[in-house]
Design a protein around this ligand. Structure first.
Ligand code: FES
Ligand SMILES: [Fe+2]
Length: 416
């Protein structure tokens, strides 16, 4: 497998092969070289406030339990029994001191330690279980501003290094909650019939909304919800950003989804804690992609869980702000559901399109997709951050350069 079979990056063109959505060998490499070695977002601290709180999710295809143990420490445990591999915990979330495998009854403490083997006495030769002491676990777990990440690579750089320059935007995102940190509600979960990278590309794609979501905007406008105006404003004053670690941002105008009275109350709450310039920065709407699997959006967190090369699960968690008038959260929640909920006006357009891209990418004739938009008008802000116009494909290029670096040994100096 050669990087030039999948990527053209020559200064004028940036092309990606549609096979990145369909190739089984690439997918296998992604599970290994992206999802095991990168830092991957798994949960938010507000979901695990008490000792014993846990939830289940996936890191790539690795099933995991994220649990706060009795000492308060957060663990990312492989949710596969050390006996014969059954998923140990089948619940989505809960609180427990221990997990008991439903197959033959082996039991594990909420920190992963093996504490019981059913009918053990006399069944095993001395020392037969000497290397079986508990659930396997991620190599490292770290949090930043309430966001919990893990990696299975003991050599991985620190989470702070992985975040790089995007960290200052993560701070702005977290500061949306006047009282830190915001609180996540249980997610909407849904699937689409396409590769996981489509959602990664799409959340920071400022080129498509005016076209793909045109009818949704018209309908929303008809019912008095300003949406086309926000989209047009994004095209006028917005920006996109791409980062050398594969992160990306789509930035719109100021948050204007709240009615004026609630917006004023929200601004007051922010001004009690931040100076005016920072308040204005916090109020800009952003979709922040942290490579490889999470979007921090103005109303929610959206995680991407690959299921197979052509099937992806998405979980969307409303983020409740703390330290604000409850009416603000009510309005934000109904806005989120109206736009991006599973029966919202906008979200389903994207999911249906991902399936269409998956179908198109099975073409034997189409050799390349064109992602060159805006090459030549990007501004280099230093520290590996490029900024461009909101319809430029700077975010997609950042994502694919990091992706190619991990799965195809793409040179980091970009001289293909
Ligand atoms: S597979 Fe878990 S106890 Fe047998
Ligand atoms: Fe969209």
């Amino acid at each position: 497998m050669n990087v030039t079979d999948f990527v053209v990056d020559n200064g004028t063109d940036f092309w990606i092969s549609p096979r990145v959505y369909t190739d089984q060998e690439l997918y296998r490499r992604e599970m290994e070289q992206v999802f095991r070695t990168s830092w991957v977002y798994v949960a938010h601290e507000s979901e695990l406030t008490k000792p014993g709180d846990y939830l289940t999710t996936h890191v790539g295809e690795e099933p995991v339990i994220v649990s706060r143990d009795d000492t308060g420490k957060i663990n990312v445990l492989v949710n596969a029994c050390r006996h014969r591999a059954a998923v140990v915990c089948r619940e989505e979330r809960g609180n427990s001191k221990a997990f008991r495998c439903p197959y033959h009854g082996w039991a594990y403490r909420n920190n992963g330690d093996l504490i019981g083997v059913a009918q053990r006495v006399g069944a095993y030769l001395d020392g037969a279980l000497r290397n079986v002491d508990g659930l396997l676990r991620a190599a490292k777990v770290e949090s930043y501003r309430g966001l919990i990440f893990c990696t299975f690579d003991p050599q991985a750089p620190t989470l702070i290094e992985h975040l790089g320059t995007v960290r200052r935007y993560v701070d702005l995102w977290a500061d949306m909650s006047p009282e830190p940190e915001g609180r996540l509600l249980p997610p909407h979960r849904f699937e689409y019939g396409g590769n996981w990278k489509m959602q990664a590309e799409n959340g920071a794609d400022g080129y498509h909304p005016a076209v793909l979501h045109q009818s949704a905007f018209e309908t929303l406008d008809h019912f008095g919800v300003r949406s086309r105006a926000l989209s047009n404003e994004m095209l006028k004053v917005g920006k996109v950003r791409g980062f050398k670690e594969g992160h990306a941002i789509l930035e719109g105008g100021p948050v204007a989804r709240l009615n004026p009275k609630l917006l004023a109350s929200y601004q007051r709450a922010l001004r009690e804690r931040h100076d005016e310039e920072r308040v204005q920065q916090i109020l800009l709407r952003r979709h922040i992609f942290i490579f490889p699997n999470v979007y921090l959006m103005d109303g929610n967190i959206r995680t991407i869980l690959p299921r197979s090369v052509d099937r992806t699960e998405v979980r969307s968690y409303f983020m409740e702000l703390r330290g604000v008038d409850p009416a603000i959260n009510e309005e934000r929640l109904s806005d989120l559901q109206r736009r991006l909920g599973t029966t919202g006006f906008i979200g389903p357009d994207d999911l249906e399109t991902f399936a269409a891209v998956q179908t198109g990418s099975r073409s034997r004739s189409l050799r390349w997709m064109v992602m060159s938009r805006g090459l030549g008008r990007e501004e280099d802000l230093g520290d590996g951050e490029l900024m461009a116009l909101p319809s430029d494909e700077t975010p997609q290029r950042a994502i694919y350069r990091e992706w190619a670096r991990r799965v195809l040994a793409y040179p980091s100096d970009r001289s293909l």
